[in-house]
Ligand binder design. Sequence first.
Ligand SMILES: Cc1cc2nc3c(=O)[nH]c(=O)nc-3n(C[C@H](O)[C@H](O)[C@H](O)COP(=O)(O)O)c2cc1C
Length: 188
Amino acid sequence: MPLDILVLYGSYRRGRLGIRLADYLMKGFGSLGHKAELVDAMAVGLPMLDLRYSDYPAGEAPAAMTALAERLSAADAFVFVTGEYNRGVQPGLKNLVDHYLKEFDRRPAGIVSYSMGRYAGVNSHAAWTVTLSAMGMAVIPERLSVGQIGDTLDAEGRPHGDGGAALERGFAGFARSLAHWAAAGKRS
Ligand SMILES: Cc1cc2nc3c(=O)[nH]c(=O)nc-3n(C[C@H](O)[C@H](O)[C@H](O)COP(=O)(O)O)c2cc1C
């Protein structure tokens, strides 16, 4: 069953590397016949959190916030591409996510963490698992963790070397799991 998947990413850094992983995932889901779309927090450009989307009177939220609310509500599943800053989450993605709640509720979410070093952003994975679960998402048990992101994926998001081969192997199981939980969610 083809899914409508949103890939959410939130680094605002110049020369950011995680966008390679977001690109890789979108191509990968596309090649499996799913529709995958990037939600790039920097491009969406929400302000630092003041009012949540639900706090605005009907029709008064900023246009970009409303458009994203509608896009989130329509999706079958979410994939969060999570880099790690000081053993925690990246603020851009957290700020975007905090604007919404019911739009994320009861949908499967996969977490794909990464970092420059060997530890592959595992602390961000742990932190996001807590946050997404608290917000009502079903976090799938499979995980993808990509270390040495700059060597594993080139600027076009193509995998290289042993790290790239491990990513390819891991992605297949991750995508299967996401599809399983999305289908289960549609049946319930
Ligand atoms: C403020 C800051 C804090 C960082 N903290 C960590 C960290 O705790 N653990 C880690 O593995 N890498 C850390 N890094 C390195 C990041 O993994 C690396 O810069 C990565 O490319 C960030 O993702 P981005 O390029 O998509 O912004 C940090 C980088 C920055 C800029």
